[in-house]
Design a protein around this ligand. Structure first.
Ligand code: OXD
Ligand code: MN
Length: 601
């Protein structure tokens, strides 16, 4: 180990040193570099990455401090079929996860890791999910042979010396090992060992698979720990809505992908409501860690320090705050690069460039089609920006607050063409858990092709729950019983269509009108009608001033079709049956109660 200069390492933590040595003996890097989080270190890493071509410098006059990266063409999204939960029992992983016994996982991945870092540097990245020292926070150490990963981790998490100092001699940290190996899909594995608090990811360079603090730690491992330790790790945005008196209500919201979580978290109040003086404060756009505090209420932090957002479709209309956030110090991955080192993506404001090199590294011109006649994208539909939270113009001043923010409402949502009304409130916590457990998105003709196919995604956690989803729902029920004042639970659907397939609700900033109703309900104000599915707004309790929304449209948006809901209940029954005995009885009871209410309607 002499070549690794162990005596110079910036820690006395024996458990940490032993582990780093063990991993280095397996991966055999030429050198080991400990990340300290300093600005000087960033400059050194960037110039090295520019030298190897891992990063390309963007036009600094337009994109100050911004860089471009392309991942391998076979490596542009999370690979769920290669993602495993490795627990001793398969029952613990549940039907929602791919499972592998831990010994087999370690053995298969070791075969790929062995010698894979020869000629490379292994970086040691100490990182904190959550503000360093907060009671919410968890420490991880990521070993990686990718400078791109290090530079992204420096944005997405708090890294370096303060984290090592806080860890001290404790061995309570998540052991995260990442190696690019040869980026071969057949030698790619994303393995989670919740019982060992460890993650091994090999053969990928795509953010969701390799920024191990994010989906792997902050959701899969953390959800497992949260059940054991009595808290929540959720796939939720957190935002504060400040009312005209200056009072801020914070909400946490879960939506399946492609439902606009980042846009909602950064919402800009619409013209029609501006006179009321609302302001929005973004706390996070992807992950919420939540604990019950001594006041018997739920408090939340965003464990991340940055945004890893989808680029296409981002523009001044859909999300002006995101556009401002990504103007500097941002890493762009897999967008279109123009000859003058500017960037472009589908849905960007302004002119379409005459030519460029696309996400796959190929020459691109507008309107290109491939040999099958399919459109060739300039930016990959899952191209990403990595940008610091603090650059968001509406970032909450509580993001570094060790106690986080108090959550008054939890919002679940899906994309339903006909079924779900614009908004409804659950009858109580247990019913709210049922609403979250059954949430779903539908493929619409316009969107994906096969119309009407329903994909259930409980609490938007299907790909991210690190253990059996039935047990996870039980944990939600148990947590509800521990809270004196649990948040109210709501469901929203921005995507209801009219008979011609047009959206009934304008969405984007106008969604604040729905948040206003939710806030009023939390304050015990706005009136609602009791329906078989929950409390639905009386039409006159939603402020639609300035919206050209005919009263029939509002009625449609809030209507409930008993026949459709009976079908929905039958479909939920089928879905529940896949969870067998792990599904809490309360969920069956809620389903029966829904059916009874529908039969009387
Ligand atoms: C994400 C996801 O990248 O949910 O946030 O896939
Ligand atoms: Mn997400």
């Amino acid at each position: 180990m002499n070549i690794y200069r162990v005596a110079d390492w910036p820690t006395k933590n024996a458990a940490l040193k032993v582990w780093v040595i063990e991993m280095a003996e397996m991966c055999q890097p030429d050198r080991i570099v400990w990340i300290d989080g300093s600005e000087g270190e960033k400059d050194r890493l960037v110039s090295e990455a520019l030298g190897t071509g891992e990063l390309i410098e963007l036009n600094q006059a337009k994109w100050s401090g911004c860089y471009y990266h392309r991942t391998a063409v076979n490596d542009v999204a999370r690979t769920e079929h290669l993602t495993y939960i490795c627990t001793e029992s398969q029952e613990m992983a549940g039907p929602n996860n791919n499972w592998m016994p831990p010994q087999e996982g370690y053995r298969k991945a070791s075969d790929i890791f062995t010698g894979s870092m020869r000629g490379r540097t292994m970086y040691v990245v100490p990182f904190s999910m959550g503000p360093v020292g907060s009671p919410f926070s968890k420490t991880g150490i990521e070993l990686t042979d990718s400078i791109y990963v290090v530079l992204n981790m420096r944005i997405m998490t708090r890294v370096g010396a303060p984290v090592l100092k806080k860890l001290g001699n404790s061995d309570d940290f998540t052991r995260c090992l990442h190696g690019k190996a040869d980026l071969d899909e057949n030698r790619r594995l994303i393995l989670h060992f919740p019982e060992d608090n460890a993650i091994w990811s090999v053969g990928s360079g795509y953010g969701g698979n390799v920024l191990l603090g994010k989906k792997c730690l902050a959701l899969r491992i953390a959800s497992f720990l949260a059940r054991k330790e009595g808290w929540f790790a959720e796939h939720m945005l957190i935002m504060g809505v400040e009312d005209p008196s200056g009072h801020i209500v914070y909400v946490a919201a879960a939506f399946p992908s492609a439902c606009g979580k980042t846009n909602l978290a950064m919402l800009i109040p619409p013209e029609g409501l501006k006179h009321k003086g609302y302001r929005i404060w973004t706390v996070g756009d992807d992950i919420a860690w939540m604990r019950i505090d001594s006041d018997g209420r739920l408090w939340a932090v965003n464990p991340e320090a940055g945004f890893f957002g989808v680029v296409p479709g981002t523009n001044m209309t859909s999300n002006a705050n995101a556009m401002q956030t990504i103007r500097k110090n941002t890493i762009f991955t897999n967008v279109l690069l123009t000859p003058d080192n500017d960037i472009w993506w589908e849905g960007k404001d302004g002119d379409v460039p005459a030519q460029g090199t696309n996400w796959a590294g190929l020459p691109w011109t507008p309107g290109m089609v491939d040999e099958k006649g399919n459109r060739v994208f300039g930016a990959h539909p899952n191209s990403r920006f990595t940008a610091p939270l603090v650059q968001c113009p509406c970032i909450s001043n509580r993001v570094e607050h060790h106690h986080g923010v108090r959550i008054d409402a939890i919002i679940f949502g899906g994309r339903r063409a006909r079924l779900a009304p614009l908004v409804y409130e659950s009858f109580d916590w247990e019913h709210g858990v049922f609403v979250g457990a059954t949430m779903a998105s539908e493929r619409t003709a316009a969107q994906f092709g096969k119309q009407g196919e329903v994909r259930r995604d409980p609490m938007a956690m299907l790909p991210f729950c690190g253990y059996n989803l039935g047990m996870y729902l039980q944990h939600w029920l148990d947590m509800g019983r521990k809270m004196e004042n649990p948040p109210k639970i709501f469901h929203v659907n921005w995507f209801r269509l009219d008979d011609d397939g047009k959206f009934l609700w304008p969405g984007f900033g106008e969604n604040l009108r729905v948040l206003e109703w939710i806030m009023d309900r939390c304050a015990g104000a706005a009136a609602a009608q009791t329906t078989p599915i929950g409390y639905v707004p009386k039409p006159d309790t939603l402020d639609v001033t300035g919206l050209c929304l005919p009263s029939e449209t509002l009625e449609k948006l809030l209507s409930i079709d008993t026949h459709d809901w009976i079908e929905e209940a039958n479909d939920i029954e089928k879905f529940f049956s896949s969870y067998g005995s792990a599904l809490p009885q309360e969920m069956i009871r809620q389903l029966q109660a829904l059916k009874e209410r529908l039969s009387k309607a």
